[in-house]
Design a protein around this ligand. Structure first.
Ligand code: TYD
Length: 185
């Protein structure tokens, strides 16, 4: 039995974790087998890569290295955790997935979309979400909601970094997958 794969996307502070908690509470109540996970991370190796990616001391990181590290984390996460859970028939919920690479490494870092698309599909073993929930919030609003005392490497970027794309960017036809239902509540 194949499971059902749901991803949540949106800028920092858009409320993904709150909505995921509500969905998980609902699945528990309905006794629906599920797995809730996140990117970058989700497995010990992918969490180790996450530490490097978010470490403010890694400010010298080149965009190319950044894209490859997100992809490496995704490959481990997908192969070790997501695919077995889907094969076991679970609902899998991921806080971010490959659309974040298209948005952050593509629009914000200006890396080549063809390279990103290729890596997205390689790192996911061609897995695509069944449903992607996209939470919409103005960048200024999201920026206000971040805890500014303890910023990670990405959050330390100037607001203009995230401003290079907004929620609607995710829904551009070239950025959506035809097998995924994109929902902006
Ligand atoms: P996290 O603390 O999980 O942020 P959020 O609560 O906003 O999800 O940090 C993840 C950061 O990594 C976030 O700034 C977005 C960024 N990111 C990318 O740049 N590319 C990616 O492929 C992924 C998955 C995340």
């Amino acid at each position: 039995m194949a499971g059902y794969f749901i991803t949540f996307e949106g800028i920092e502070g858009s409320g993904k974790s709150t909505q995921i908690k509500l969905l998980v509470a609902h699945l528990i109540k309905q006794q629906i087998p599920h797995l809730s996970t996140r990117e970058p991370g989700g497995t010990p190796i992918a969490e180790a890569i996450r530490k490097i990616l978010l470490d403010p001391l890694c400010s010298e990181m080149l965009p190319e290295a950044e894209l490859l590290l997100y992809s490496a984390s995704r490959a481990q996460h997908t192969g070790e955790l997501i695919l077995p859970a889907l094969a076991a028939g679970k609902v899998v919920i991921s806080d971010r997935y490959y659309d974040s690479s298209t948005a952050y490494q593509g629009a914000a870092r200006d890396l080549d979309y063809d390279v990103i698309d290729l890596l997205n599909s390689f790192a996911t073993f061609h897995t695509v979400p069944d449903l992607t929930v996209l939470l919409d919030l103005p960048v200024e609003e999201g920026f206000k909601r971040i805890d500014h005392r303890d910023l990670d490497r990405l959050e330390q970027e100037d607001i203009s970094f995230t401003k290079r794309f907004d929620s609607s960017f995710y829904l551009l036809p070239k950025n959506t997958h035809p097998d995924t239902l994109y929902w902006m509540p």
